[in-house]
Design a protein around this ligand. Structure first.
Ligand code: HEC
Length: 233
């Protein structure tokens, strides 16, 4: 019986010894049996670093280089250029789609919507979005046939008519591309800021293409051009 109690006690000590302190926080360096990179040379955020002449640990983009997805600024900050680097977590309209607490409408100052910009948007949309939302934007992409339900249809009033109760301003569409919404995941990681706005412009175009009145001169011209092209074949 004595041995039993002894063994029992040892078992308790062993279990508590090995498992009891799991999850406790220590301030000292853990003993590293296997080198699983607990300790590594790195620059911690906001820390100083004697390696650089200015002593700042977190480096700014190297002068003269351009982060992926951005173009070289043609103006200095004093001349009114934007000093954001295109990261997704800015709080300005260009980076977030927000204007204060609201979704911004229209396009940010950095964006100029012209034919080339729309073509960029069309191309990026066809690459990233058409698989679900369909090339025409009707929500009947390839994946709809395989059971993805409820894909947004850009021909519905919520994407065309500013008076519709569920109308989405441009900033909201931008945010959906960036962060996702409901069943749709975000594409911010793979689509640079400027291209997100180009896609917003194209989503708008898809909606407009179904509602533009025939009496509109631009629509008439486009119809005539299409008919001429068709009869020339
Ligand atoms: C994998 C399929 C899929 C892809 C790819 C996809 N979407 Fe979606 N999208 C959805 C689904 C599903 C919904 C409906 C989400 C919900 O309401 O739960 C949706 C909803 C939306 C909405 C409406 C959000 C709202 O306000 O209700 C917009 C705008 C949108 N998508 C734009 C885009 C754009 C632009 C792209 C390309 C960058 C894209 N989507 C790529 C599946 C997709």
């Amino acid at each position: 019986m004595r041995y039993f109690f002894f063994a029992y006690l040892m078992a308790i000590v062993l279990v508590i010894g090995f498992a009891g302190f799991r999850g406790d926080r220590f301030t000292h360096t853990p003993i590293e049996v296997f080198n699983d990179m607990d300790q590594q040379a790195k620059v911690k955020a906001q820390s100083s670093n004697a390696f650089f002449a200015d002593g700042i640990g977190s480096r700014k983009p190297v002068a003269g280089t351009v982060p992926i997805g951005l173009s070289i600024a043609t103006k200095t900050a004093a001349e009114g250029a934007y000093q954001t680097y295109g990261f997704t977590h800015g709080s300005d309209f260009y980076n977030s789609g927000h204007m204060g607490d609201f979704w911004g409408e229209g396009f940010p100052d950095q964006i100029k919507v012209d034919a080339a910009f729309l073509r960029l948007g069309q191309e990026r949309y066809n690459i990233n979005c058409a698989i679900c939302h369909g090339k025409a934007g009707d929500g009947k992409g390839v994946t709809a046939q395989y059971g993805i339900a409820n894909i947004a249809n850009f021909h519905t009033p919520g994407f065309i008519d500013p008076k519709a109760p569920d109308y989405r301003p441009n900033g909201s569409i931008y945010n959906t591309i960036n962060m996702g919404k409901g069943l749709m995941s975000g594409y911010g990681a793979s689509i640079p800021v400027k291209e997100r706005w180009a896609i917003v412009a194209w989503v708008r175009t898809l909606g407009l293409s179904r509602t533009a009145p025939l009496a509109e001169p631009a629509v008439k011209d486009a119809m005539a051009a299409a008919q001429t092209a068709a009869s020339a074949k």
